[in-house]
Structures are given as C-alpha cells and as structure tokens.
Design a protein around this ligand. Structure first.
Ligand SMILES: [Zn+2]
Ligand SMILES: [Zn+2]
Ligand SMILES: [Zn+2]
Length: 57
C-alpha cells in the first residue's frame, strides 16, 4: 500500500501532505514529534488545503 495516498477523513477526497489542526503548520510527511502532538498532524485535504479535521468540503 502507498502510505502517501491517504484520503481525507471528512470528504474522502485526495490529500496533499499533512497539516496541523492546531497551529496550521504544514509538513510533507507525518510528524510524530510535532510540538502540538503527533495526533494533530493530520492529512491535508487537497480541495480546501485545510487539515482533514477542519475540511468543509
Ligand atoms: Zn476533505
Ligand atoms: Zn501544530
Ligand atoms: Zn476539504
């Protein structure tokens, strides 16, 4: 399976990299050691460029 091809948890669309749903920091890869906590570094929805937890699509 290709780890980089994840689907947005909200709309099921494509994702591009990762984004923190707390501070908005973006990362190319999941950052388990992110300062807000690895769990906040979630997939970024391609449609809206928001963290998937904030996706309004
Ligand atoms: Zn989405
Ligand atoms: Zn953060
Ligand atoms: Zn979206």
């Amino acid at each position: 399976m290709n780890e980089t091809e994840k689907k947005c948890a909200k709309c099921g669309g494509k994702t591009t990299g990762y984004k923190c749903d707390m501070c908005g920091a973006e990362a190319a890869e999941h950052d388990e050691k992110h300062s807000c906590g690895g769990g906040h570094c979630v997939s970024k929805c391609t449609g809206c460029n928001q963290a998937e937890t904030h996706c309004p699509c």
